[in-house]
Design a protein around this ligand. Structure first.
Ligand code: GUN
Ligand code: ZN
Length: 434
């Protein structure tokens, strides 16, 4: 029997959905998580957990706040260098800044460096699971899987495929896309903590033939995810209407190809009709809400209340590089800002933000049996947060009257400099060297 470890800290998690149930936020001022073999045995008041596991190795981290490992449901591995490219809307931003950057991934040395840096920075930001939009180049995509495997993160990703309206060096035939995707899925799907995600870039750059081979590969890869973009910008939607004159709407371009499934995750879904929401809910398809990206590209404001009302699952994604960084804590703050300025917005509180950054994302990408909160039986995926001494967050937390205030301050002020340690299945994948 493996040794039991206990981490003692201030603890917060959301084992239930605050959009549909009260009391979703569970906190412990002097709490403890006990785990062995990477699985949580107990979470609760330290006195109780210590008494239940008297022989455990105890790590006293009462200087930290412990939350579940965070889940980024939509983030582009090649796009870290694009962060902060201002003044452009989606299609121009792609053409002028993003696609030229992604074309550099043809160079395997460049791609390998980008892959290793990307997974290191995910862990440094407290992200333990992610659905990662990959690269158009098979060798670069292989490099991401290698780096993710070495880092120990729970990553689903796949070859990004397109056969039109992009850049010649990023376009391939559907047959080539299928063969390369099949080889990568065979090599990596189900390997360690990795899963394959079938990833045509979006319907602007994927013909019906490309969407068709995507469906074939999805059906041949049990447990694989499907991910792409939908309803992000008005210009994109107009273009899709032209390209798919017979499709009822943008969602239908994936639906008609059989790609609307319970393993599908579509990013953005900002300009969505109620009819599309009904069909997404019926298909149990999830949405990746990317607040900082939608604001940064002036794409629009996510209709969160309508997704909740229609029962469409959604997690949160940083959508780096249109998104403004890899911190899911910052992403939560932007989600809050945006919903507060929206007319029929959803009044969000810290519990909603913690849920969106953890369990909602795990549910969106099909990992909620394994991660997303600190319930016994789940993996010990966790993050220790500690405000830099003498800084603003430390001052706010010293005066915080309750957990709502403390958690609100953490989403408002904590970023990667506050991540002390990130663990997956109980093992550190990042430790601050400060
Ligand atoms: N935000 C965003 N939307 C996209 N739609 C197609 N590709 C992209 C991308 O790289 N970023
Ligand atoms: Zn994206």
């Amino acid at each position: 029997m493996a040794a039991t470890t206990i981490i003692r800290a201030r603890i917060a998690h959301t084992p239930r959905d605050p959009f549909t149930s009260d009391g979703a936020l569970e906190t412990f001022d002097d709490g403890a998580v006990a785990f062995a073999d990477g699985t949580i045995l107990a979470t609760g008041p330290a006195t109780e957990v210590l008494r239940q596991h008297p022989d455990a190795d105890v790590l006293d981290r009462r200087d930290c706040v412990l939350i579940p490992g965070m889940v980024d449901t939509h983030v582009h591995y090649p796009q870290i260098p694009v962060i902060g490219a201002m003044g452009l809307e989606l299609l121009e931003w792609l053409a002028l800044r993003t696609l030229p950057e992604e074309a550099k991934m043809a160079d395997l040395g460049h791609a390998t460096k980008a892959a290793e840096r990307f997974v290191r920075l995910l862990a440094r930001n407290g992200t333990t699971s992610a659905l990662v939009f990959g690269s158009h180049f098979p060798a670069a995509q292989h490099a991401l899987f290698e780096a993710a495997d070495a880092a120990g993160l729970r990553i689903a990703s796949g070859l990004v495929t397109s056969d039109r309206n992009l850049r010649p060096e990023l376009e391939v035939s559907p047959e080539t896309a299928y063969e390369a995707g099949k080889a990568l899925a065979t090599r990596w799907h189900g390997h360690g903590r990795l899963r394959y995600a079938v990833t045509p870039r979006f319907s602007v750059s994927a013909t019906e033939a490309m969407l068709g081979v995507s469906k074939t590969l999805l059906d041949e890869t049990p447990g694989a995810l499907f991910t792409s973009h939908v309803n992000e910008s008005v210009g994109e939607i107009d273009f899709v209407k032209e390209l798919f004159p017979h499709a009822r709407d943008y969602v239908a371009t994936y639906e008609d190809a059989g790609l609307l499934t319970s393993r599908s995750v579509l990013a953005h879904n900002v300009h969505v009709s109620d009819d599309e929401l009904h069909r997404l809910a019926d298909a149990h398809t999830a949405v990746a809400h990317c607040p900082s990206s939608n604001a940064f590209l002036s794409s629009g404001i996510f209709p969160m209340a309508r997704h909740v009302e229609h029962g469409v699952r959604f997690g949160m994604g940083t959508d780096v590089g249109a998104g403004t960084g890899l911190s899911m804590l910052k992403e939560g703050l932007v989600a809050y800002h945006v919903q507060m300025v929206r007319e029929e917005g959803h009044m969000l509180g810290p519990a909603h933000l913690l849920y969106l950054a953890t369990l909602a994302g795990a549910r969106a990408i099909g990992l909620d049996d394994e991660t997303g909160d600190l319930t016994p039986g789940k993996a010990a995926d966790l993050v220790l947060l500690k405000p830099p001494p003498g800084g603003t967050l430390e001052a706010v937390l010293e005066e915080a009257p309750d957990w709502n205030a403390a958690l609100g301050a953490i989403f408002t002020l904590a970023r990667e400099e506050c991540v002390e340690e990130t663990r997956v299945a109980g093992e550190p994948v990042y430790t601050s060297t400060k």
